[in-house]
Design a protein around this ligand. Structure first.
Ligand code: SF4
Length: 335
């Protein structure tokens, strides 16, 4: 009987190879791609998801399922029990959460074990031997979590002892060099794969700072606000409000799609300029300041500049901006 397994699929070369070496042994591989506002969130759109699934199937011969783990992730990301990496990336807890989730999905996919593309010693924190062990233990995956790329360098797992997978035919890759992976990719005829790293905004030096601010300031932040934090210029105003200013047409369109009830929208009336969202409004004076900041980035230099101000679905009013704060003052509010 053919045995099935769920492979955590990031889309990077290591996860592709983990799938390939198992498929080579006749295992029915189902790749599972988890999405959150911090990575791969575009796949929440069903059409995008379908396109991606087809691409992965066509390019690599891997069947893919997509699962949104936003709810669990938002609870974890502000207080990961194993801390953060270099930025705000809670890699160990992130992996624990994903493996745990995969374990809970095993039955519905008829899978008998889980696999990942982790490579022993490849990353300083999350892929050390003791960390790999912690991930297995804390996710409740004891014996069921196979790292096929490093299999021969790690403790035997249940699928190996039961002979479902032949351990001796699996690689023994360790360390930071990518040579072995590139050689394996060539053997499988895989030429087109994404460069390592990238994709997770929690590991981005600039965005991670902004997320930290959002998490601390508004502990009840939402998934949509995690997306909002990735678009435009951001200001924390003296009255406690959050102002977001689009930097170009594309960002203005994204911001428009993120509007929510309660937001105040600002836009220059008689010239081109940014779409601005005033979110989580604190003091009323922040509206006036937001209009001045909106005018600062409008395409008209002579004052006054008329800014339209409206609550979502509400009546528009106008504010005449007669004076724009100095750039240093504006920059001091940026986060
Ligand atoms: S970089 Fe991001 S997605 Fe990758 S393990 Fe770390 S937290 Fe998770």
């Amino acid at each position: 009987m053919q045995r099935s397994c769920l492979v955590l699929f990031s889309g990077g070369l290591d996860s592709i190879l983990a799938c390939k070496v198992l498929q080579e042994q006749g295992i029915d591989v189902i790749g599972i791609k988890f999405i959150t506002p911090f990575f791969s969130y575009q796949l929440r759109d069903e059409q995008e998801a379908q396109r991606y699934r087809e691409q992965v199937l066509q390019k690599y011969g891997i069947r893919l399922e997509i699962a949104d783990i936003t709810e669990e992730y938002l609870k974890m990301v502000t207080r990961p029990s194993h801390g953060y990496g270099r930025y705000l990336n809670p890699c160990i807890d992130c992996k624990i959460l994903m493996v745990k989730k995969a374990i809970s999905l095993m039955e519905s996919y008829g899978a008998s074990f889980i696999a990942t593309g982790e490579v022993l010693g490849q990353r300083p924190m999350s892929q050390r031997r003791d960390t790999l062990r912690i991930i297995e233990r804390d996710s409740g995956a004891e014996g069921l979590l196979l790292r096929p790329l490093s299999a021969q360098s790690l403790k035997e797992t249940i699928p190996e002892t039961q002979g479902v997978v032949d351990r001796l035919r699996l690689p023994a890759i360790t360390g930071r060099s990518r040579k072995e992976q590139i050689r394996l990719a060539e053997r499988f005829g895989i030429k087109d794969y994404p460069a390592p790293a990238g994709g997770c905004v929690l590991a981005d030096p600039i965005l991670s700072k902004r997320f930290r601010r959002v998490f601390e300031r508004w502990p009840d932040f939402t998934a949509k606000e995690c997306v909002l934090a990735q678009t435009g210029r951001h200001f924390l105003l003296p009255g406690g409000s959050w102002l977001v200013v689009g930097r170009n047409k594309a960002e203005n369109a994204v911001l428009e799609g993120l509007l929510e009830k309660g937001d105040v929208v600002l836009k220059a009336r008689e010239c081109a300029g940014p779409l601005c969202i005033l979110r989580r409004m604190g003091a009323r004076e922040d509206v006036k300041l937001s209009a001045a900041i909106c005018a600062r980035y409008a395409k008209k230099k002579e004052l006054p500049i008329t800014i339209g101000v409206a609550r979502v679905m509400g009546q528009e009013e106008t504010v005449e901006v007669m004076e724009i704060p100095a750039d240093e003052e504006i920059q001091g509010m940026m986060f």
